[in-house]
Design a protein around this ligand. Structure first.
Ligand code: GLC
Length: 802
């Protein structure tokens, strides 16, 4: 490393002019869905997956094109050969149904136009694609008005413009500040946002890579990797939603999680002994604070040896789990990848005997320190190792464990580099490589093994896996939490854009340690953090070993009451949240969304980093500063209804709203329907007999709809069609409201028997109500709110208005 690199902490500016560039196109060939271009010392394949997605792979230094994808890419059969090809003097032109690509012959350069002929993407005039020894790099032009989103777990604002980002999974314990980089995950997926023509670039390269998004004000952005292929996918939107959804066609969506995992999780480093856990359980249930999971951190193990129990601390884990289960609390146990080097330890013996561990080329097993002291590290690139690991899950599920929390899987090691020596080899079933190639995939492959093992051993129950490290596509196996944050106010603020961008990068199921991990939380901070956490996809309170307790009751009654109210609120929204998870599992669209995703034309939303949407209708504006009883927020176009007071606000306005400690501002977009359920102490505690359908009416002449998915929340029976889909639709005209219920799929024996219909913001007296033609005698109307109950089997409600 030279001095300038040291100053940049490894983020070398990597001089563009040092690279070899593509020369002019010598010749080309078209075969099926691909055009192959040959250059003096390089070749390039452009493969079409759909009319909107194409893949670009470069081979340099006279190597052959390598079509092998990383593990992030799912098996798919996307292929598109319906393009029209044309050759002109200076360029080759390829037309798909949605895009036109122009390839300049003389100095290679790619331009992409949309159907209307507008230029939407362009290689940089000077550099385009290049290589320098093993490095590969691409340069792209951009306009200053463009915004950048995605890139997974990154600090900073919503818009990622103006910085260099590094993709190298890293255990970053030092305080995460607004330019700390990298953290634990690497998701080399970038979204270039433009209100009308957004596109994405997924760089399928697992080596250490970088994205420079105009860090020196230059008129191009660039991405490069320290090895491997220049292999990227161009994903046309044109909308942000379409970019995100199409990205999931390449790296997959999150499978439907067990519903309990969407409830509240309580954790700390660590709850022990067994009696403390039992007391914790009793306290939650005595106080009737909802909770669905306890996490067991490293102290449950015998000398931190994974898949063992400290018998003094936990004499009978099975009995403890079964008691928890009776009270509706699931057990999630932490697992670190390091296997203690101890010749008398079964796992270490198995690993050594079967060649499961990562080793150097000379055969020496890589050993380094983690919590248990010296450890060996399973080589998850080998399928036999993944099978072994998958098989280990049964040891825990047999005891009653329902979820695994994979930590320290960057992998972390207590040395200067914080990780494995990059010269260590991974066998990768015959296609071996160094840790330089597999580092970013290490946690990903561990999670794959864990998920598959749990799935096998849980017998038709959906597993829950939580991870710290990951790579693109991690959503297929695991939820993600953002690692070791601190009990700082700033970390509530930092979490919002980070989690929103993770959602845009495929990771719907993400969250942050509520209350803060390192340092001591306090009542006000925990209260505000819990308010936000209640609307974040993964909702877990966790803190470190030295920190003061931060369970909901830890800071006195005043705070406990509010914290409880917000955990209860999470459960009131659980049907809606589960429904959004269902949608994410189908489309890849996250439930925690930046406002720009819903209001792409609104400039105010482009870098709005401290409020978010839950789905398309709930706007949440957490308070992230102490001593505040007001908050400024922005409401985009439309009418918005204050969730608490039901007051109606006109959008496209900045507002200062009341936000005393007990109130986090929540607004509902007028026109929407939101299902809310009764308070629950845990998922499945009792049948939800009656589901509230809250209609938040807009002006008259308004339409609204909501599609509700419902299943048992636990098994895979939905894969055999055991689920319901019900569509609710209403039309509000000047003298009536017609509300239709269409039970489109009804194979699941639904829990709820009735709907409590609530029409908010109804400014006209209801005269008569007919349910499937029969007049309803009982209803309540006051304060612009109409309420009545109907059985779920009905089809149509007509409300005549004065
Ligand atoms: C790591 C994890 C943290 C955990 C601790 C002990 O720091 O990020 O969540 O509590 O290790 O296992």
């Amino acid at each position: 490393m030279d001095n300038s690199e040291a100053l940049l902490q490894g983020k070398s500016r990597d001089n563009s002019s040092d690279y070899h560039k593509l020369s002019g196109i010598l010749n080309y060939e078209i075969k099926n869905n691909e055009i192959r271009l040959n250059f003096k010392h390089a070749s390039l394949a452009i493969r079409f997956l759909t009319a909107d997605i194409f893949r670009v792979i470069m081979a340099h230094s006279d190597q052959k094109i390598n079509y092998k994808s990383t593990e992030a890419v799912i098996e798919h059969n996307l292929t598109y050969d319906d393009f029209i090809f044309n050759e002109k003097d200076s360029e080759l032109i390829i037309k798909t149904d949605n895009l036109v690509l122009k390839l300049k012959k003389e100095n290679f350069l790619l331009e992409v136009f949309n159907k209307q002929g507008k230029l939407i993407h362009k290689d940089h005039n000077e550099y385009a694609l290049g290589w320098k020894k093993q490095k590969v790099r691409a340069w792209k032009s951009f306009e200053q008005s463009q915004r950048f989103y995605g890139l997974g777990e990154k600090t900073g604002w919503l818009d990622k413009k103006g910085r260099i980002y590094e993709m190298w999974n890293h255990d970053t314990f030092l305080p995460h500040v607004s330019d700390t980089d990298p953290l634990y995950q690497s998701i080399p997926f970038l979204i270039a946002f433009n209100p009308k023509n957004s596109y994405g670039i997924y760089f399928d390269n697992s080596y250490k890579s970088f994205f420079d998004l105009g860090s020196e004000g230059q008129d191009y952005f660039s991405f490069w990797a320290e090895g491997g292929e220049l292999d990227y996918y161009f994903i046309n939107g044109p909308s942000l939603k379409e970019v995100v959804s199409k990205y999931s066609q390449i790296t997959g969506t999150m499978p439907l999680p067990p519903k309990w995992s969407l409830g509240y999780h309580q954790s700390r480093y660590s709850y022990y002994p067994q009696a403390e856990v039992e007391q914790l359980l009793k306290t939650f249930r005595d106080k009737e604070i909802p909770c669905d999971a306890f996490h067991f951190d490293i102290h449950y193990m015998d000398q931190y040896k994974i898949y063992t129990w400290d018998e003094d601390r936990f004499p009978d884990p099975e009995a403890m789990f079964s008691k928890m289960e009776e009270n509706g609390v699931k057990a999630v146990t932490i697992i670190d990848p390091g296997v203690k080097k101890d010749p008398e330890y079964k796992l270490y013996q198995q690993g050594m005997e079967n060649d499961y561990f990562c080793k150097y080329l000379d055969g020496k097993v890589f050993i380094d320190k983690v919590w248990p002291g010296n450890c060996a590290f399973p080589d998850f690139t080998q399928s036999k190792v993944r099978d072994w690991w998958a098989g280990l899950q049964k040891d825990y599920t047999d005891l009653g464990v329902k979820g695994i929390w994979n930590d320290m899987n960057e992998p972390a090691a207590f040395n200067k580099s914080d990780t494995m020596d990059v010269e260590v080899m991974h066998q990768n079933d015959g296609d071996s490589g160094t840790h330089r190639r597999f580092h970013n995939l290490y946690g990903f492959l561990e999670n794959k093994a864990t998920f598959e093992g749990l799935k096998e051993s849980l017998d038709n129950e959906r597993p829950f896996v939580l991870t710290r490290a990951g790579f693109a596509g991690i959503q297929r196996y695991s939820a993600v939490w953002t690692g070791d944050n601190r009990s700082f106010w700033d970390h509530i603020k930092l979490a919002m854009p980070m989690l929103m961008n993770m959602g845009l990068s495929g990771i719907t199921f993400c969250g942050t340690d509520v209350g803060g991990f390192t340092g001591n939380s306090n009542g006000e901070l925990l209260t505000r953090w819990t308010q936000m956490g209640a609307f974040v996809p993964f909702f877990r309170n966790h803190c470190e070993v030295r920190a003061v307790s931060q369970e909901p009751w830890s800071f006195g009654e005043k705070f406990e009451k509010i914290i409880k109210k917000y955990i209860e609120l999470r459960y009131k929204f659980i049907t809606h949240i589960y429904n959004l998870f269902y949608q994410a599992s189908k489309t890849g669209i996250p439930l925690m969304r930046p406002l720009i995703m819903e209001f792409p034309a609104d400039r105010q939303c482009q870098n709005l980093s401290d409020q978010f949407m839950v789905g398309d209708s709930v706007l949440v504006a957490p308070v992230y500063q102490p001593d505040k009883d007001k908050r400024m927020l922005y409401l985009p176009e439309g009418k918005w209804i204050d969730f608490w007071t039901k007051e109606v606000y006109q959008g496209e306005e900045h507002l200062i709203v009341d936000a005393p400690l007990e109130k986090m501002p929540i607004f509902i977009k007028a026109g929407s329907i939101i299902p809310l359920n009764d308070k629950l102490n845990y998922i499945g505690e009792k049948e939800i007999e009656c589901l509230e359908l809250n209609v938040f009416l807009n002006e008259e002449n308004n339409l609204g709809s909501y599609e509700l998915y419902d299943d048992d929340g636990l098994s895979y029976n939905y894969e055999n069609g055991v689920y319901n889909i019900t569509e609710f639709k209403y039309q509000y005209t000047d003298n009536q409201i017609i509300f239709n219920i269409d039970r489109k799929e009804k194979n699941y024996q639904q829990e709820f028997k009735d709907y409590k219909m609530i029409f908010n913001n109804l400014n006209k007296d209801p005269l008569n109500i007919y349910v499937d033609g029969n007049q309803l005698s009982e209803f309540n109307y006051s304060d612009n709110r109409l309420e009545f109950k109907v059985p779920v089997v009905i089809n149509k409600i007509t409300i005549e208005l004065s």
